[in-house]
Write a protein that binds this ligand. Structure first.
Ligand code: VGL
Length: 188
């Protein structure tokens, strides 16, 4: 469950349209899995990916990140210790029959990983648990869910995206679904 966090909900600082529609879908899914992993972002205030930390820049402008790649500047979001960085409270953890774990990413100002595998402990954790199939949902389809799915394939897992339990920032996600399918991610 990728980044089902208050700042990505419709009233948050980086709202994903209808982002809260995924919550009942997630609650319907939680009991079906042996192991449930939630990811969350926990950014410092001085995050380089925040437009507010660049003079004269605004959200959605481009910048060159610490790796030398062009990337997008975002409004301040999921700042560590704020409500925006919390998992939505209507997600009912008690429905998980097996184990659940929470992994945090984006803890350092230089790096804004979109992928859940940006939490470095995630890959060894999944391997240790002999996981082969990863079913993905959460926010946002076109950024963090997509990158997590692509990384899952890269690391040799079977990856399935549960479409109704995701929402995207862009109103048209067709190109995202095509890119994912071309990379071997199955869209359910
Ligand atoms: C996300 C943009 C910026 C996401 C995170 O969770 O998809 N998108 N930070």
């Amino acid at each position: 469950v990728v980044d089902a966090l208050y700042d990505f909900m419709p009233s948050g600082n980086l709202p994903v349209p209808n982002g809260d529609d995924i919550i009942p879908e997630i609650n319907n899914l939680l009991s079906k899995f042996k192991l449930v992993v939630f990811t969350k972002e926990e950014h410092p205030h001085d995050m380089q990916a925040f437009a507010s930390n660049h003079d004269g820049k605004k959200p959605l402008d481009n910048y060159i990140n610490a790796n030398g790649d062009e990337d997008i500047l975002w409004p301040d979001h999921c700042v560590k210790g704020t409500k925006g960085a919390e998992i939505h409270n209507d997600i009912d953890f008690s429905l998980v029959k097996g184990e659940f774990n929470i992994f945090s990413k984006g803890l350092y100002k230089e790096e804004h990983p979109y992928s859940g595998f940006g939490a470095k402990e995630l890959l060894p954790f999944l391997k240790k648990n002999n996981i082969q199939d990863i079913y993905l949902c959460g926010l946002a389809t076109d950024y963090c869910v997509k990158e997590t799915a692509l990384d899952a394939k890269k690391h040799g897992f079977n990856a399935y995206l549960i479409r109704d339990a995701c929402r995207g920032i862009s109103p048209n996600l067709d190109a995202i679904y095509t890119e994912l399918e071309n990379s071997g991610v199955e869209i359910l």
